[in-house]
Design a binder for this molecule. Sequence first.
Ligand code: AMP
Length: 216
Amino acid sequence: MKLLLMGPPGAGKGSQSERLVKDFELTSISTGQMFRESHRNEEPLGIEAMRYIERGELVADDITNEIVRKRLLKEDAERCFILDGYPRTVSQAKALDDMLAKMRSKLTAVINITVDKKAILERMVGRRVCKQCGLSYHLAFKPTRQDGICDVCGGTLYQRPDDQLESVRNRLEIYESKTQPLLAYYKGRGILREVDGMQSFDAVYQAICAVLKELT
Ligand code: AMP
């Protein structure tokens, strides 16, 4: 199963993907997480990527495609994976198609989580991420047991610079102009499925599972 989770920033792609990874033993491929990890490790690619990320801009396609290409070649991505946050432009989608075709593979389905614009702002500004393991929480919707401390690894939580209001507005604009056109691209290929992201986390998760059941 080769899945792509789509939706505007703040649709819950990261949290849903975390749970799908656990329950279905999928390999998670999140470009945002890979960039943040590379930055934490002070690698040149991560430092370069963070310049775009802090402004709420998309990282250049060539940098992004390259990090994904390398990731897809690892053994754990051979059978089942879930992509979260990539592709974000039609040109990235075409690059992904080429990469998969070379591996004699293709996407099984694209699941788009739909959310109201107003809800997005609320969700994103309250989001907190563990510095150590990258898990996501939310001050109101998914709080930690102990304030500011990750439930799983005990790491400190922080607010991503791109979750601050100005950056969020910018990311939404970019989503509408560059990423939304991808929906038509995948719809045309008959692999797009929609899930209502305005329900509770569990209801969204069940809706995604129902789609997956249909596919298998
Ligand atoms: P995310 O964790 O998916 O919200 O990604 C955080 C940030 O990383 C985004 O706002 C972009 O700046 C950058 N990023 C992640 N994935 C991509 C991508 N596919 N193309 C370009 N930039 C990306």
